[in-house]
Design a protein around this ligand. Structure first.
Ligand code: XIL
Length: 373
């Protein structure tokens, strides 16, 4: 056991920041017993100790950098490619596939004893330029099925889970059932495109967990996303569609961030009642509108992580967590949600120098404090 003073100094040194509020120090102190003794325990090991998995999204390019790759292997038990398995990356032409990055990434996870998540087979976004002139209502089903069969069979048996359909429910521009009206797949095949995709996926790799991945389910906004996704999941179960889990993206923070613990818990338990597992698939916290002061910003981000994850993990159907990136050095938000003051965004567990931030401790806390599966 180390003294309270030493512990604080330790944290300050580790985090590289010097201003803590009394409340925050107290909160860290409350949890100091675990950290004082197990500071070397990574997030993947903390998660695994509870029968959960933790990992992150990344790219082939950045996993080739030795310092980043070393840290990634230490912290992550599962990898999801952020870009390389999307149609635009995999399909240079209507008749060809570029599997170079996929093969490299599978080799990386096998070598490092890591699980692999596939993302994503059917999405309205990031389709190749040739798609709109080539795919029409007479050949769409064949394109969809050929793509799923070819991509999934490539490494069948080595994939933990696949995001078979991504973001099918829309907040705006939607049909009465909530399905995204602008999706080319919906336009070409109607709502059945979802069943077709899952059935084909189950044939291609019967061992993979098949996931429907959805955004905008976390915040307390009355836009119908939660009820639409529940209806869709019930419909899929009712028609005997092979689907095993709901992926909840969890891009948190942003303008007017609001979170209602009890409503979110009720939603998770509704999903569990349908007989599905839940994965937190793309967790990060946007700090776009937070104050510039780094210590304050990190604290706000960390609080959001802790509140959200402790709530999510209280539902036993939640089996794992992935953040959308590991270090602030490589995050999509620096491009997609930059700050007006041009300060570097800080949405992830590790900072630009791969050092642990308060967010890291919040995630660690949430794993440590949840019950074992
Ligand atoms: C994002 C990637 O992070 C970016 O690098 C890419 O350019 C666009 O897509 N929901 C998803 C992810 O399901 O695929 C998105 O990833 C982020 C939002």
């Amino acid at each position: 056991m180390i003294s309270r003073r030493l512990f604080i100094e330790n944290i300050i040194k580790t985090l590289g920041i010097s201003a803590f509020s009394a409340g925050l120090i107290d909160r860290l102190i409350v949890n100091s017993l675990t950290y004082a003794q197990n500071n070397d325990l990574s997030l993947k090991n903390r998660a695994a100790a509870k029968g959960l998995f933790y990992g992150a999204a990344s790219f082939k390019r950045v996993l080739s950098y030795p310092d980043f790759s070393k840290t990634f292997i230490e912290e992550c038990g599962i990898l999801v490619p952020e870009w390389e398995l999307k149609w635009r990356a995999l399909r240079p032409t209507p008749t060809s596939y570029d599997f170079n990055a996929f093969d490299w990434l599978i080799n990386f996870t096998s070598k490092n004893n890591m699980k692999f998540r596939g993302h994503t087979l059917v999405w309205h976004d990031d389709l190749p330029a040739w798609f709109s002139n080539t795919v029409n209502s007479s050949n769409a089903k064949k394109y969809l099925q050929d793509h799923i069969l070819t991509v999934m069979k490539r490494h069948a048996g080595k994939i933990h889970s696949w995001d078979v359909v991504n973001e099918p429910i829309a907040m705006w521009d939607k049909h009465p059932d909530g399905l995204r009206a602008s999706s080319p797949w919906y336009k070409l095949l109607g709502p059945e495109y979802i069943e077709i995709a899952f059935r084909t996926a189950s044939e291609a790799d019967p061992n993979a967990m098949l996931v429907l991945n959805q955004n905008h389910l976390e915040q307390d906004k009355d836009d119908g996303t939660r009820s639409s996704v529940l209806k869709l999941l019930k419909r899929l179960k009712f028609t005997g569609t092979p689907i095993h889990a709901l992926g909840i993206e969890s891009h948190l923070g942003g303008k007017d961030y609001s979170f209602n613990k009890s409503k979110f818990k009720a939603f998770l338990s509704n999903v569990a009642d349908i007989g599905l597992k839940i994965i937190i698939t793309e967790l990060d916290v946007m700090d776009q509108y937070m104050p510039k002061d780094i210590s304050l910003r990190d604290k706000m981000v960390a609080n959001i992580y802790e509140e959200y994850l402790s709530t999510a993990l209280s539902e036993s159907a939640v089996i794992g967590v992935l953040t959308w990136g590991l270090s602030d050095r490589y995050t999509w938000l620096s491009k997609f949600a930059p700050r007006e003051d041009k300060a570097q965004v800080r949405p992830l567990p590790l900072d630009q120098n791969l050092q642990r931030k308060l967010a890291w401790y919040s995630i660690a806390n949430a794993f440590d404090n949840t019950r074992a599966r």
